[in-house]
Design a protein around this ligand. Structure first.
Ligand code: SPD
Length: 364
């Protein structure tokens, strides 16, 4: 993670500075860590003369807390669609004037249809990237501990206590993301990943309690370097992040081999969406930024760097063949069939989810 904590600092400075003059040549962007090729920001600055202040976070909850408090100072933010949906209901975002976004013609209807489930007509948001939540693993260390037939294509790799125990000494990391791990646990034990009732949450929690002693860390960005350096065996993580770990290991030439798998039982497919807070200090620059990010060559550059699929169909001719043809990044129909999405949590279900997660993590 480059520095999620830095996220607050630029915002705080902006709030102190007060409302921006209409023509300030600045755009304040708040995006996920490890999610951009920074040369894209330079391209934008060169083309528009607008300077980009770029901050990062690694959890939807952090972003949501800031958005609901208001006055973030950010012009463009990138929540996951399932969070964006309730932020829309809370009145956090400005509607996008599509006539000011000519590059919208490049977007991919297949993805736009899916994101419209969270943001009807994509009124408030444009897809940045989409991906899956699955298993990142150290090929050799997992084999050493679980043998040639290690179930790397199954959640059993981590969710079966017998396996987790054997992997404990080399390290298991898990995203600190309840809205991802609880549905994965529900799905693994044969329940609906979108179940919201107390009994289902309890069952997921009981399953996770059995492997809790073997989990070294709940964190949503450290696993990239931990996998790349060979410091851990397995992470439940995000697709592109695991591929970035694989690349970092290859660049370091450290003999660590990292792979990603979408478990056969099913996995979460999610969408991260660019949106403009209602109180953004530079809304016109935000529109220019979003329009720029829909240029096929630019968003392809991002995908080629971060190994996440994007929602821009015209960009596909600029995406490296090994990425576009990788079924773990651009899943074909048979893989898509086993992916699920999460529905929006209402406030009551969200509180139950948070409570369940706190008890899983604390082991109580
Ligand atoms: N390093 C970038 C990670 C992006 C993850 N997006 C969040 C998906 C949440 N379901």
């Amino acid at each position: 993670m480059r520095d999620a904590l830095a996220g607050g600092l630029v915002a705080a400075a902006l709030i102190v500075a007060g409302p921006a003059a209409a023509q300030d040549k600045v755009v304040n962007v708040y995006n996920w860590s490890d999610y951009i090729d920074e040369s894209i920001l330079k391209d934008f600055e060169a083309e528009t003369g607008i300077k980009v202040n770029y901050d990062v976070f690694d959890s939807n909850e952090i972003l949501e807390t800031k958005l609901l408090a208001g006055s973030t100072g950010y012009d463009v933010v990138v929540p996951t669609a399932s969070f964006l949906a309730r932020q829309i209901q809370a009145g956090v975002f400005s509607e996008l004037d599509k006539s000011e976004l000519p590059n919208i013609k490049n977007m991919w209807p297949v993805i736009a249809e899916r994101t419209a489930i969270y943001d009807p007509d994509n009124t408030y948001s444009i897809n940045y990237m989409w991906g899956t939540t699955g298993l990142g693993y150290n090929v050799d260390k997992v084999k050493e501990r679980l043998g040639e037939d290690a179930p790397v294509d199954s959640w059993a790799l981590v969710f079966d206590p017998a396996n987790a125990e054997k992997l404990q000494d080399c390290g298991i990391h898990m995203l600190d993301a309840p809205e991802e791990i609880i549905p994965a646990a529900l799905n693994y034990i044969g329940l609906d990943p979108n179940a919201r009732d107390r009994e289902s949450f309890e069952k997921a929690s009981e399953m996770l309690a059995k492997i809790r002693p073997y989990v070294q860390k709940f964190h949503s960005s450290e696993y990239i370097n931990a996998l790349a350096n060979g410091d851990i065996c397995v992470a439940i993580g995000w697709s592109g992040d695991v591929f970035q770990a694989r690349d970092r290991a290859a660049e370091a030439d450290n003999g660590v081999s990292v792979e990603y798998s979408i478990p056969k039982e099913g996995a979460l497919m999610w969408f991260d969406q660019m949106a403009i807070p209602k109180d953004a200090p530079h809304p016109e620059n935000a529109m220019a930024f979003i329009n720029f990010m829909m240029k096929p060559e630019e968003i392809a550059k991002a995908t080629n760097y971060v190994y996440y699929a994007n929602g821009n169909e015209a960009s596909q001719e600029f995406i490296e063949a090994e990425i576009l043809d990788d079924p773990q990044i651009y899943p074909p129909e048979d893989v898509l069939e086993r992916l699920y999405t999460v529905e929006v949590y209402n406030p009551r279900d969200q509180r139950n989810l948070t409570r369940t997660w706190t008890s899983v993590k604390s082991g109580i």
